[in-house]
Design a protein around this ligand. Structure first.
Ligand code: ADP
Length: 538
């Protein structure tokens, strides 16, 4: 029988990160690129004040604790203010992903039952197109300096407020962020982050086993704020006193380099596609990212050559991160240990670059066989990767049942190995999805459309390695007997039925292999077409 501890039970709230940064690091800079506005500079002190003003403005508009508020915005200081302000006042920030299809965006906003939608200027056409379908949104606020008829303006609203605000205290398990994941077939699924989960995740992210931030770091999140909270960097950085640089949506090599060089960025992170483009730009421009010490790359497997190039040519440490929207997203991060260092630089780098990462405090990992039994941690035996912990999902938003087993394990849909040193390596995926440039394409949804094309008997879609986008869809078609269907006919058929970036990079006409149970054998197809896009195009 335990006895109660006699420490205080102060809730772990997101606003506490902000109040800490304002007190402990008031003059640390925050720099933001913006849509059609000059680069904006301020510090944590002014950030704290503007965030409080934003809350007062939302409060004045009648937004109440528990309400959902949607943002549709890039990586900017205004979006960052919403990241703290909306959860800080007890509401939930739904970070809409503008790369989803119109139907999916409508679904997520309606499913979230958002009352307010705040958006960057870029999204005015999207809002105009979809606002009639948003059932619960009462207020639209433009996140920009200039007014636009028909919308409230964020800057005008906050200018009218004092910023003299006391952050409310409430249960640390309250909902804070609503992030939708669109991977598998069907409607997007909502993952509702708790304050407690976000704060613990931020602390874990700052530790040396993960990002290892200090007050000397200048951190630039290049994964979108609407993608699993940009890996929690907007929380780990202020919590560690690091400065922050926000690149808006300008992820091309030249724009990123301008910020890295101009602001002395020491740490950045994003999906491999961004760094493929950046490396090509550096090479072509003959430039060097002098201040940059570490890049965390994740969302898709890191190509070994990419890590090696950063390290060898520019002295930048590459760390791999594996995670999911359902894990907020830190699962593992590949950072060195004494055991690896003892193997020598080459072996250590090899281990760090080619494995997704090592186990972090706060998220447990297990790999199980077909019977659900843990496999040996020998780095060889693979199985279903399962996770659990305070920033792992328990249940999707507005679903009646938990999505974890009786022991709290969440099945990630990834296939992996674990080794004796605590490193995890992804070897395959059991979920039927394709990740292109960090965004999901559902192979099943694509197959369901393609099979409707006249003459098609079986349509199979697999993700095939691609030099720029990491993976792209390849469509394999078996036609009905004695029927001829052309590539152009198929692509024409798909064009009006799918979003453009889902268009398969190639269509192959061949018999589709089936498993013993009559399902499409994706494993065989993935092996057969592994080099299809890398060999043909680049
Ligand atoms: P995120 O927005 O962080 O990419 P998602 O939930 O959209 O999160 O995607 C999570 C999935 O992406 C994982 O289950 C895995 O399949 C894939 N993934 C993420 N990181 C890696 C990585 N480093 N290597 C291989 N696959 C990865």
């Amino acid at each position: 029988m335990t006895i109660p501890g006699l420490f205080q039970t102060t809730p772990l709230l997101i606003s506490s990160i902000l109040t800490y940064a304002v007190k402990a690091h008031p003059k640390r800079k925050v720099v933001s690129r913006l849509v059609d506005e000059p680069i904006f500079h301020y510090d944590y002190e002014s950030f704290g004040k503007r965030t409080a003003q934003a809350v007062q403005a939302l409060d004045r508009l009648g937004v109440k604790s528990g309400d959902r508020v949607t943002s549709m915005a890039w990586n900017t200081h205004r979006h960052l203010e919403l990241f703290y302000g909306v959860p800080g006042m007890g509401c939930v920030l739904h970070t809409a992903n503008p790369r989803l299809s119109d139907e999916q965006i409508i679904y997520t906003v309606n499913h979230a039952e958002s009352r307010v939608l705040l958006f960057d200027r870029t999204f005015i056409p999207l809002i105009e197109r979809l606002r009639g379908a948003f059932k619960t949104v009462e207020t639209y606020i433009l996140l920009a300096a200039g007014d636009e008829p028909g919308y409230l303006n964020y800057e005008s609203l906050i200018a009218a407020e004092s910023g003299d605000y006391h952050w409310p205290q409430f249960d640390e398990n309250a909902g804070a962020f609503l992030c939708y994941t669109s991977g598998t077939t069907g409607d997007p699924k909502g993952v509702l982050y708790s304050h407690r989960g976000v704060v613990l995740h931020a602390m874990a992210g700052g530790m040396n086993s993960a990002f290892g931030f200090t007050a000397f770091d200048v951190v630039m999140p290049c994964s979108s704020l609407y993608h699993a909270n940009a890996w929690g960097l907007p929380f780990s950085a202020p919590l560690c006193g690091s400065a922050m640089v926000l690149p808006c949506d300008k992820m091309d090599g030249g724009s990123l380099h301008e910020l890295i060089e101009g602001e002395g960025v020491t740490f950045t992170g994003g999906v491999p596609t961004i760094w493929t483009m950046y490396l090509a730009w550096l090479d072509q421009a003959g430039k060097v990212p002098a201040s940059l010490k570490t890049i965390v790359i994740g969302g898709s497997a890191v190509p070994r050559a990419m890590a090696e190039t950063f390290s060898r040519l520019y002295g930048v440490n590459v760390r791999q991160l594996w995670g999911m929207t359902e894990t907020a997203p830190i699962g593992v991060v590949s950072t060195p240990t004494p055991e690896l260092a003892a193997l020598g630089d080459e072996s250590m780098n090899d281990a760090i670059w080619t494995r997704q990462g090592r186990i972090q405090f706060g998220i447990e990992l297990e790999v199980t066989d077909d019977d659900g039994k843990p496999v040996p941690h020998d780095g060889e035996t693979s199985g279903a990767l399962k996770v659990r912990g305070p920033w792992t999902i328990q249940r999707y938003y507005r679903k009646d049942e938990d999505c974890v087993d009786a022991d709290g394990w969440f099945d990630t849909g990834d296939i992996a190995t674990l080794d004796a040193l605590g490193f995890m390596r992804i070897t395959d995926r059991s979920k039927d999805v394709i990740k292109s440039g960090g965004e999901w394409i559902s192979s099943i949804d694509l197959e369901n459309v393609a099979v409707g094309c006249p003459g098609v008997k079986i349509a199979a879609v697999v993700g095939v390695p691609h030099p720029k986008w990491e993976e792209r869809p390849l469509l394999v078609i078996e036609t009905h007997e004695n029927v001829t269907v052309t590539r152009d006919e198929v692509l024409h058929y798909l064009a009006s039925r799918i979003v453009k970036w889902w268009t398969p990079d190639d269509v192959v006409f061949a018999p589709v292999p089936l498993t013993a149970t009559g399902k499409i054998d994706k494993k065989v197809l993935r092996v057969a077409y592994r080099d299809h896009l890398t060999a043909e195009k680049s």
